[in-house]
Design a protein around this ligand. Structure first.
Ligand code: XMP
Length: 507
């Protein structure tokens, strides 16, 4: 296990991912919360930071139990930190050093730089530089502009590197991390999906004992993988609830319910469409719609959960990025752009203990774990779909008729993407029903009907996104199909806005 101390760098999560790609488990902790018990960690990495060691109050945790005791690697700020607080000298660099550089001189034959080529491309992002190394440190490599690019403390496995091995543009970054973690720290590369499933199942059995667990399935990847893991651990004592809020995709409720049953899950499908539509009637304000959908979901889930006698636990599909305690550079809370609703917000009075079997995994790891348990790619490869579903893709008020129009449009679009081999190239796609009518002509008749917008984006986490350059021939075909087949729609447009400043969903 590797401990990554986060000093607030935008790349900290990437360090964890690179380490895990080496099949070594890693955990991120804020720099000011160094765990008291360090026995489980065989190596420690210090991240970069927006801060400077020269600032008035630089982040300065006590590392005396770590430095010299365990293999330690400081990256960027981490390297400056180790230099500055051990007698070296850090100063502003004459030029700001960002982007590409090459390791021009590699000195000696330290295990850390084994198989790293002379001239290897690395990626810099810093404005301070280490002018002078501490006395008991030796220089290992430089670039043209940065003399002290890689160094080591004599007689201990403590290293500092000024560049970022975790970013893609540092070509041999993963090899550097491997040299440090495997050759120097002696970590085993045994963090595989199979091993994760085995240990997690065992831990879940220990934690839950003979209790019953309730889990809300959404049709998405995370809750599905969580359910299969729990099912492996406790079988039918896992009670899954899958709510139809009437705002799912066409046939989604039936199809997904069948898939879940096919995977052996103990799942109850609850069709609450009418209850949702009734509560939403006449409401067109986006935040109010979201709140209503969230509230009705909790009511329905709560009713169902109470029918499972003696349930002690609520399982959730929370994943690692949802939980990382981040060190924010600016401090303050961020503004609420949209109030998300997920199964998370259950009322306290339910008094259930929470179990989160995926809380340590990144999204792609969730997929790998699912695949290693034999889950169908149909579920694992799904695009994300928002909890409030089509409710936030029908702009304005929601009626059963609008839902059914949008379901048809969406189905043609999504099926088309699949048929044209585009589905897996797109991160998320869907259609919006706009609250405008426009004039058209069909045959010799004037029409005055609805307009739909198609949206397809690429993204890695939904935080930023760009629209996808779908082939014109594809858009042409899909637009034709929609207008010809879906009654009530006479116009199709394609959304070419990036996030920011737009968002992915229109509401
Ligand atoms: P926005 O529209 O904020 O969406 O750019 C970013 C990502 O989040 C999804 N989304 C939601 N997911 N509950 C969810 O589970 C919600 O209330 C919700 N709202 C937006 C959206 O589909 C996109 O993937």
């Amino acid at each position: 296990n590797v401990l990554i101390l986060d000093f607030g760098s935008q790349y900290t999560q990437l360090i964890a991912r690179r380490v895990r790609e080496l099949n070594i488990y890693s955990e991120i902790k804020p720099y000011n919360k160094v765990p008291e018990d360090l026995s489980q960690f065989k190596a420690v990495i210090l991240s970069g930071s927006p801060h400077s060691v020269r600032s008035e109050e630089p982040p300065h945790p006590d590392l005396s139990n770590i430095k010299g005791e365990k293999p330690l690697l400081g990256i960027c700020y981490g390297a400056q930190y180790l230099a500055h607080f051990n007698g070296g000298n850090v100063a502003p660099s004459a030029t700001r050093e960002y982007g590409r550089a090459n390791l021009t001189t590699i000195q000696g034959n330290d295990a850390f730089l084994e198989n790293i080529s002379e001239g290897s491309q690395v990626w810099m992002s810093h404005s301070d530089t280490i002018k002078q190394l501490p006395e008991n440190a030796v220089l290992l490599a430089s670039t043209d502009d940065v003399e002290n690019a890689v160094y080591r403390f004599k007689g201990e496995n403590t290293y500092g590197i000024q560049f970022h091995p975790e970013v893609y543009h540092t070509k041999e970054g993963t090899r550097l991390l491997e040299n440090f973690l495997v050759n120097i720290a002696g970590l085993e590369q045994d963090w595989t999906p199979d091993a994760f499933v085995e240990t997690t199942v065992r831990e879940l059995q220990g934690e839950i004992g003979d209790d019953k667990v309730i889990l809300g399935l959404s049709g998405g990847v995370d809750s599905s993988v969580a359910a299969i893991l729990l099912n492996k651990a406790i079988g039918n004592r896992l009670h899954c609830i899958f709510v139809n809020n009437g705002l799912l995709r066409k046939n989604e409720f039936e199809t997904v319910l069948e898939q879940y049953k096919g995977m052996g899950l103990n799942v109850k499908g609850v069709d609450a469409s009418a209850r949702f539509l009734e509560a939403l009637a006449g409401e067109s304000e986006p935040e109010k719609k979201r709140k209503i959908i969230g509230r009705v979901f909790i009511d329905v889930f709560d009713d169902e959960a109470h029918q499972v006698e003696n349930a002690k636990w609520l399982a959730q599909g929370t994943i690692y990025p949802d939980r990382i305690e981040s060190v924010s550079a600016s401090g303050g809370p961020s503004a609420t752009i949209k109030s998300h609703h997920n199964v998370g917000g259950l009322p306290d009075y339910m008094k259930l203990k929470i179990v989160e079997p995926l809380k340590l995994l990144f999204k792609d790891e969730v997929r790998r774990v699912g695949a290693s348990m034999g889950m169908p790619t149909g579920i694992l490869g799904r695009h994300p779909f928002p909890g409030p579903g089509l409710g936030i893709r029908i702009l304005g008020d929601i009626t059963a008729e609008k839902v059914s129009i949008l379901q048809e449009v969406d189905a043609i679009f999504i099926e088309g993407l699949k048929k044209w081999g585009l589905y897996d190239k797109v991160w998320q796609a869907g259609a919006m029903l706009l609250p405008v009518n426009s004039v058209g002509v069909m045959g010799d008749e004037r029409t005055y009907e609805k307009c739909v917008a198609l949206r397809a984006v690429e993204s890695t986490d939904g935080m930023t996104a760009d629209w996808v350059n779908l082939p014109y021939e594809f858009l042409q075909k899909v637009s034709n199909d929609i207008i010809n087949k879906v009654k009530g729609v006479n116009r199709v447009v394609y959304d070419i806005s990036s996030k920011p400043p737009a968002t992915i969903e229109w509401e």
